[in-house]
Design a protein around this ligand. Structure first.
Ligand SMILES: NC(=O)c1ccc[n+]([C@@H]2O[C@H](COP(=O)([O-])OP(=O)(O)OC[C@H]3O[C@@H](n4cnc5c(N)ncnc54)[C@H](O)[C@@H]3O)[C@@H](O)[C@H]2O)c1
Length: 258
């Protein structure tokens, strides 16, 4: 029977790219997103292309929603093999203006979401008595801390730390936990980051220029596309990655060197 993967935040952006790659790899995929309208649209499009997928709406920051998506995956497909904690949000704010609401919002989704997703998936893998793979969305901002992106960078550093700690605790169940760390990908997230950086630049930047400045440093000379991220997740989700755990691997075309 083909393997089953859940990908959170997969109605659009990198999550959709990851879901499409896993479908190509032969996975049955559970798409999951807080945006139910977009989720239904994406699920319909993928079904029309012949993919064996279902959609489950949910909010990763709610623990019950994360256990619910695992329950629905098992109900529909009988098992779970891979859980991709992809959903995440950005925040662009000068450090002195960071407020409680921003900290709570970003950490609730980027960090709490990863913890709850890991717990829900691990519980299912342990129940099945099979190996399992948990794959988290980190970022180059989980290795480097950027101006104007302090909250986001701190949240992604926390994802890297949870990847390390959970991989150590879950190894005895043959569960691996790794993270992918994208660089500068042109999704809606970067459209928002660019807009906000322009807004805070006091006229020094025009729309598109913050994105261009970040991309200019990429050694391979182009910004990232969802397929680049899908390729790394495809490997991490495969048996070929069985001996890799607790790693946060950068895929950024050569921008941050660790
Ligand atoms: N785009 C980049 O350059 C980049 C770089 C490094 C890391 N990342 C990380 O990759 C992941 C995906 O980024 P993206 O660029 O595709 O973002 P995006 O904003 O383009 O898409 C994110 C998707 O997640 C969904 N989502 C948002 N909050 C949610 C929640 N609470 N519960 C469930 N779904 C939710 C959105 O509806 C959307 O469909 C994020 O974790 C992000 O931090 C992105």
């Amino acid at each position: 029977m083909s393997k089953v993967a859940v990908v959170t935040g997969s109605a659009s952006g990198l999550g959709r790219g990851i879901a499409e790659q896993l479908i190509q790899d032969g996975f049955r995929v559970v798409l999951h997103d807080i945006n139910e309208v977009l989720l239904n649209q994406t699920v319909e499009e993928l079904k029309q292309q012949g993919a064996d997928v279902i959609g489950v709406p949910g909010d990763v920051s709610k623990r019950a929603d994360q256990f619910y998506v695992v329950e629905k995956a098992v109900e529909a497909f009988g098992q779970l093999d891979v859980f991709v904690n992809n959903a995440g949000i950005d925040a662009v704010t000068p450090f002195l203006e960071i407020n409680e609401a921003e900290l709570n919002r970003v950490f609730a989704i980027n960090v709490n979401g990863v913890v709850f997703g890991t717990q829900a998936a691990a519980q299912q893998f342990i129940k099945q008595q099979t190996k399992g793979k948990i794959i988290n969305a980190c970022s180059i901002a989980g290795h480097e801390s950027y101006e104007m992106l302090a909250t986001y960078s701190a949240s992604k550093h926390a994802v890297r730390s949870f990847t390390h700690a959970s991989s150590k605790e879950l190894a005895k169940y043959n569960i691996t936990v790794n993270a992918y760390c994208p660089g500068v990908a042109k999704t809606k997230m970067w459209d928002r980051i660019d807009e906000e950086m322009v807004r805070h630049s006091d006229g020094a930047l025009q729309i598109g220029e913050a994105f261009e400045q970040f991309s200019a440093g990429i050694s391979l000379g182009r910004y990232q596309i969802p397929e680049d991220v899908g390729n790394l997740v495809s490997f991490l989700a495969s048996d070929k990655a069985d001996y890799i755990t607790g790693q946060a691997i950068i895929t950024d075309g050569g921008l941050v060197y660790r």
